[in-house]
Design a protein around this ligand. Structure first.
Ligand code: ATR
Length: 498
């Protein structure tokens, strides 16, 4: 099981120790990032391991490697030499590891480390992408027996991530560290065990320290949201595929809590992807058993499915994948989640006689239209891209129009319920309010599928006008519970509902 390492990025050693104290029960080792320290503090780092009381890594990361050190190599050498000097016979008082880059080969420092049992982590950081030849990059890092090779790269998309994972899983056993940085690398951190990494790095984000490297999670999040300590080689992987916003989704907390409470050895992890083929490559690389699919891939994945449920065919969008012997089968649980949460919100059993406006015509809006039609409502579809509104509306005999001010009179005739199903207003997607030209009367019931942030400009305006309004949190819970049932064949635990 990988050791959880807390990278300490305080400006003072006291600040680092305070952060360390907060996470002591969640981590195994600490990395003192001397490149973040105030200059005066640097002279006291020799005593840090003893004060820390956990095995410590020393790193003085250069700016070009993603760190904060801007002085010359001479100055860096002095810091490293001071930190490793006067080694104590008590091993706990020495740094347990020192991180030395592959282009930093200084025999005196290496000798000092080896003599006193400080392990050398031989690192290479690619802040812009993946080396074209991973084997060659690795050979350089792994040349010296006894050193721990560490390759930290920056996948530029899910295809890069897939390449990294596929390559890492072919490496022979042994102590090593392979990390994908940035958003596209995030699943490599959660799945460190799968990549054979001996150390998983984290940052003290909840303690207010700067993130030490792009994509670091807080140790508490790693444990509570991703049940990191329970992940083994046998743990089944489920993924959340979609735009980069998946890295801040609340769905992992929901699904991982359910797996934990039901005693299922599985983990659910975000896998950001810009397109369907690269998402599938990433799912194959991590040997995912299933996946949830979100904006903007719910329709783009359809041609890549080997089987589709009836609901997927009827709706034309898919938000749930199951790995089968012959490929991927597609399902749609948005329908279940939306129907149940909408009826609860409205306190109704059906929508007969109700007139509704659907804002959007993408994958989520398609599930919304399907539900409204099934429940007997009459609806209007508004969308930025008019032909998509037309196509969706025609399928159910609904009206349609552009997502623009002159649609106001159309909404007036479909204003019992307004359902916001675009991604406008969603965290890390397009900002704004897709209906900013529409004045709520206060009589509309407003349902927005977005749940992150928990209230958007549109919801705030609707509530201020006196409307009953809700976000998509309850829908997320219900549709996630339905996914759990599809993936595991078991009844969803109570944690999805309470
Ligand atoms: P999802 O699976 O969440 O439905 P999607 O299929 O990509 O994601 O659909 C996104 C929806 O948000 C579409 O209705 C899209 O409008 P277009 O069909 O015109 O693309 C809408 N949308 C996205 N960005 C938008 C923006 N800036 N303004 C208005 N609508 C937007």
């Amino acid at each position: 099981m990988p050791l959880v390492c807390l990278s300490l990025t305080g400006r003072t050693l006291a600040g680092d120790l305070a952060a360390l104290d907060r996470y002591r029960d969640k981590i195994d080792i600490a990395e003192l990032r001397a490149d973040y320290l105030d200059p005066a503090e640097v002279f006291a780092i020799r005593g840090f391991p003893e004060r820390a009381g956990v095995p410590c890594i020393l790193a003085v990361r250069r700016k070009s490697d993603g760190g904060g050190f801007t002085d010359g190599e001479g100055a860096r050498l002095v810091i490293l030499a001071k930190a490793l000097a006067y080694a104590s016979p008590d091993k706990n008082a020495n740094f347990a590891y020192v991180d030395l880059e592959c282009d930093f080969r200084v025999p005196s420092v290496e000798e000092a480390a080896r003599t006193f049992g400080t392990k050398i982590i031989r690192s290479c950081h690619d802040m812009t992408g993946l080396p074209a030849d991973l084997d060659a990059a690795w050979a350089d890092l792994a040349a010296e027996p006894g050193e721990i090779p560490k390759l930290a790269v920056t996948p530029r998309g899910a295809a890069d991530f897939a390449r990294l994972v596929s390559w890492a899983t072919t490496l022979p056993p042994g102590e090593r560290i392979v990390i994908g940085m940035g958003e596209f690398g995030l699943p490599s951190r959660v799945l460190a065990e799968r990549l054979g990494s001996s150390i998983a790095y984290t940052s003290a984000l909840y303690a207010g320290l700067p993130v030490a490297a792009s994509g670091h999670l807080d140790p508490a999040a790693l444990e509570s949201q991703y049940r990191f300590r329970e992940i083994s080689k046998d743990t089944e992987v489920y993924a959340l595929g979609g735009s980069r916003s998946v890295v801040s989704s609340k769905a992992p907390a929901l699904h991982n809590a359910a797996f934990r409470s039901a005693g299922i050895d599985a983990v659910y992890v975000p896998v950001p992807a810009d397109d369907a083929p690269s998402l599938f490559a990433a799912l194959e690389a991590v040997e995912a058993r299933g996946a949830a699919i979100t904006v903007p891939l719910k329709e783009a994945i359809l041609p890549l499915l080997s089987r589709r449920s009836r609901a997927v065919d009827e709706i034309g969008a898919c938000n749930t994948l199951v790995r089968e012997a012959d490929g991927w089968s597609g399902h749609n649980t948005d329908v279940i989640g939306f129907e149940r949460s909408l009826l609860e919100f409205l306190g109704r059993k059906d929508l007969k006689g109700q007139r509704a406006t659907i804002v959007g015509a993408g994958g989520a809006a398609k599930a919304v239209a399907h539900v409204l039609s099934r429940l007997g409502a009459t609806a209007l579809v508004l969308n930025r891209t008019l032909p998509k509104a037309r196509e969706l509306a025609r399928r159910y005999g609904f009206a349609f129009g552009p997502l623009a001010e002159h649609a106001t009179s159309l909404i007036a005739d479909h204003s019992d319920i307004i359902i916001q199903a675009t991604c406008v207003g969603m965290e890390s997607e397009a900002r704004g309010d897709p209906l900013d030209w529409y004045e709520f009367t206060g009589r509309e019931a407003v349902f927005e599928l977005i749940y992150r942030p928990d209230h958007t400009a549109l919801l705030d305006r609707a509530r201020a006008a006196g409307c009953r309004a809700t976000n998509g949190w309850q829908m997320l819970r219900y549709q996630s519970a339905a996914q759990y049932k599809i993936w595991t064949g078991r009844e969803p635990p109570e944690s999805y509902f309470s």
